[in-house]
Design a protein around this ligand. Structure first.
Ligand SMILES: [Zn+2]
Length: 379
């Protein structure tokens, strides 16, 4: 079967995170920790090295670094290079046009600021605002729910004017995607519960009526300004209750006619709910599906499989590439390599089935890697 050659297409990585300033690791297990979503201590020590992703990473990095394809040799070659230098080398080799970064995590003081990262990688960088972090800071400053709502609406009054290209919500791993409208008394009660917890040192917004209520304030602003909202969906954080991470729970939000101006981007191909996410992108004009090739941490065959599912159900104009790379540059880099290869193979199949001709397949690949994101985020 013919594959489509997308190796020269620069990527717009529509969802990722910045890279840690400190690129030193105590030992191999410390480095392995970058390639698992598990927080169980034994995982990095005993199991990560036998995942398909990690095996592929060692092989691919050995080629890049010019060393033996053995974990020890790769780790030695990688850590033997200066942190900034290896970040720059990997990002440049990945041929990144633009990185869209969630600046809410990791904490800003631990990572490279966007302009510096862009300089290292020779690419454009654009920030996205993580809603729950903003909400937590406003909750600390205001004494009533009405004040917090007002302050949030004001903060989000001109999202692009404040240089953000999109908003992002992590409700999936705080309280679930079944975002509801709550009676005023319940939202107020939830607000006071949050304040009591915050007073006791637990300022983590996981109070459902409160978070849902504030999200509706953000949605109204996003819809009015036609600013995209990314939702974490599915695999991608150990905190998530994957049962409540199913994108079908978003239906009440997607059904709201007054929110139709808000492009909704479902992250991480909603893995393992890729078919459900693709279905939503096929049904709702304003729903897009992010195909993330760094995280979730998957084998090649599984990435090919989710790409087939997405292309088989959703319009390709709704699909956008990302890495969800975070902390280390390896994820941003290998994702770009894998994403082009997997997509080239999946599009080759569509050509074989007579669903696209060669030129169309190339154009679709270019759109998914770059052009669709430029259009959706108005870059
Ligand atoms: Zn992310």
């Amino acid at each position: 079967m013919q594959t489509i050659d997308l190796t020269q297409v620069p990527v717009v990585d529509n969802h990722c995170h910045s890279i840690m300033r400190d690129q030193t690791f105590d030992d191999i297990a410390g480095w392995r920790q970058s390639f698992t979503e598990s927080t169980d201590s034994g995982m990095a020590r005993d199991h990560v090295a036998s995942t398909a992703l990690y095996r592929r990473l060692i092989q691919t990095l050995a080629d890049f670094l010019g060393c033996e394809p053995e974990e020890e040799a790769v780790f030695a070659a990688r850590t033997g290079r200066d942190g900034r230098e290896i970040i720059g080398a990997l990002l440049r080799a990945a041929n990144v046009d633009t990185l869209l970064l969630d600046t809410g995590f990791p904490p800003p003081e631990e990572v490279f600021p966007l302009p510096e990262l862009g300089k290292l990688g020779g690419c454009r960088t654009e920030p996205m605002l993580r809603l729950e972090i903003l909400m937590e800071s406003l909750l600390a400053e205001h004494d009533s729910l009405e004040d917090v709502k007002g302050a949030l609406a004001a903060e989000l009054d001109d999202v692009r004017g404040r240089d953000y290209v999109a908003l992002k919500s992590i409700a999936a791993y705080r309280t679930g995607l079944d975002i509801r409208e709550w009676p005023r008394e319940e939202a107020e009660e939830s607000f006071h519960e949050y304040r009591r917890a915050a007073g006791a040192g637990h300022a983590r917004l996981a109070h459902k009526p409160l978070l849902d209520t504030l999200l509706h304030v953000a949605f109204a602003q996003a819809a009015r300004q036609e600013v995209s909202v990314q939702f974490h969906v599915g695999y991608g954080d150990a905190d998530t209750d994957l049962l409540l991470g199913n994108p079908l729970y978003l239906r009440p939000v997607l059904q709201r006619p007054d929110y139709r101006g808000m492009p909704v981007v479902l992250l991480h191909e909603c893995y393992p709910y890729t078919r459900q996410g693709s279905y939503l992108a096929a049904v709702y004009e304003n729903v897009y599906l992010d195909l993330s090739y760094g995280i979730p941490l998957l084998g090649y065959g599984e990435m090919l499989s989710f790409t087939r599912q997405a292309l088989g159900v959703a319009p390709s104009s709704k699909l956008m590439y990302s890495s969800d790379g975070i902390g280390v540059p390896e994820l941003h880099w290998i994702s770009a390599i894998d994403g082009r290869r997997v997509l080239g193979e999946a599009l080759g199949e569509l050509v074989a089935y007579g669903e696209l001709d060669l030129l169309e397949a190339e154009a679709v690949g270019e759109g998914m890697l770059r052009g669709n994101a430029i259009r959706v985020y108005r870059l």
